[in-house]
Design a protein around this ligand. Structure first.
Ligand code: PLP
Length: 385
């Protein structure tokens, strides 16, 4: 790491860290890719009517992904909030200005109980209410059929193709079929589903009315996202967006979700880059960083190290680490804290609901992966019983 690494933060008295957690918002999410940065720089010193820019870039991204329509938002979270607004108020300007008061609008956002997840809250910010269907054991077709009524705004469905299929929930195909048979829309959170490339935009092609993508996962600014959907839903979303405050004199709930023209150009460039990227090279780079860490730890007893061989989604490879407390004066949780206090600090975690330390290499370069392996090895040596 060169001598200037992190100096802009050090000037402020802050300590830069090595990110061994992956693309997490708490650490800054992602690094903007070089060609994206250049395009953003070129867009900076020119003004442009934002409504036209949003429309044009949305149309171009829709073409690239072969979906009916697209819209750039301030993160996937914003896309979820705007989509919920669109499903409740549609294109009615009075209703758009009434939100988050949902009186007189369908305002229930249905979600299978077993699919509740961290970001579902974003569906409620424009005034809707999440309503769970089914139980912790599962959801049946009848549960969904009976739950949909005139107050239903949409059925929401998060997708994680890298995880094992949950046999106890309704599949997306089933949800689309049942929900559409009752003339209600389906919303999909596919924030990380950008690889394999055929998954990028797949859920709208399958018939969902809307899906989001988190552009933080593909070299765009961390603060950006993409709404994909039918022409009608994307048109609705655009009417709730920040820019309508001035361009249409309509005060929609999207105003605090403002993004800049540089960001819109950044997302456009990032999508083009992602679709043209040599993904074999990208995957091989991520695998190399992972193996750098694993190889450093290979000869150490009292730990279990396992490669994560997933390549689906936004965060390929990585490893799990388990420390035997009979061999070392530490455990997984304490060791995570200890790494945060090393120099330079290394941030990783035991994710919610897991026992192992999970190390992701998304946020590291090669040199940092070597440091991570070496620091873990050295610290463990010091802690041997
Ligand atoms: C990151 C993420 C979000 C939130 O996206 P932002 O762009 O950070 O707002 C939503 N859903 C899932 C599944 C995510 O991974």
């Amino acid at each position: 790491m060169n001598s200037k690494w992190g100096s802009i933060y050090q000037e402020l008295g802050l300590e830069p860290i090595i990110n061994a957690t992956g693309s997490v918002t708490a650490l800054g999410g992602s690094i903007v890719a070089e060609e994206v940065r250049e395009a953003m720089e070129l867009s900076n010193d020119v003004y442009i009517p934002m409504t036209e820019l949003e429309k044009k870039v949305g149309d171009e991204i829709a073409k690239i992904l072969d979906v009916p329509a697209a819209y750039i938002t301030s993160g996937a979270g914003s896309a979820l909030t705007l989509a919920a607004a669109a499903f409740m108020a549609g294109k009615d300007d009075d209703k758009i200005q009434q939100l988050p008061n949902t009186k007189g609008m369908p305002n229930k956002i249905l979600i299978q109980k077993r699919q509740r997840y961290w970001y579902d809250r974003c569906m409620e910010f424009s005034g809707g209410t999440l309503v769970e269907i089914g139980t912790e054991k599962g959801t049946s077709k009848n549960d969904l059929i009976n739950a949909i009524d005139s107050e239903t705004a949409c059925v929401h469905y998060p997708v994680y193709e890298q995880d094992e299929v949950d046999e106890n929930i309704l599949s997306l195909e089933e949800v689309i079929e049942i929900t559409h048979s009752k003339n209600k829309p389906v919303s999909v959170d596919a924030a990380g589903q950008i690889y394999p490339l055929e998954n990028f935009g797949k859920y709208v092609k399958m018939g969902a009315d809307f899906q989001c993508i988190a552009a933080k996962y593909m070299g765009a600014p961390h603060s950006t996202g993409i709404a994909l959907g039918t022409k009608d839903v994307i048109d609705s979303i655009s009417r709730h967006s920040f820019v309508g405050y001035e361009s249409r004199r309509i005060r929609g709930i999207g105003r605090p979700h403002k993004i800049d023209r540089q960001e819109i150009i950044g997302v456009y460039t990032a999508v083009k880059r992602w679709m043209g990227l040599n993904h074999e090279e990208r995957l091989s780079y991520e695998e190399t960083k992972t193996l750098n860490i694993i190889n450093e730890l290979s000869a150490i007893d009292g730990i279990k190290v396992k490669i994560i061989d997933n390549i689906i989604g936004h965060q390929p490879f990585g490893l799990s680490l388990n420390i035997d407390s009979n061999v070392y004066k530490t455990n997984n949780h304490d060791f995570v804290e200890l790494l945060k206090n090393s120099t330079p600090p290394i941030w990783t975690r035991v994710p919610d609901g897991e026992d192992s330390i999970i190390i992701h290499v998304f946020g590291m370069n090669i040199e940092q992966s070597n440091i991570v392996g070496k620091v873990i090895k050295d610290k463990l040596e010091e802690l041997k019983h």
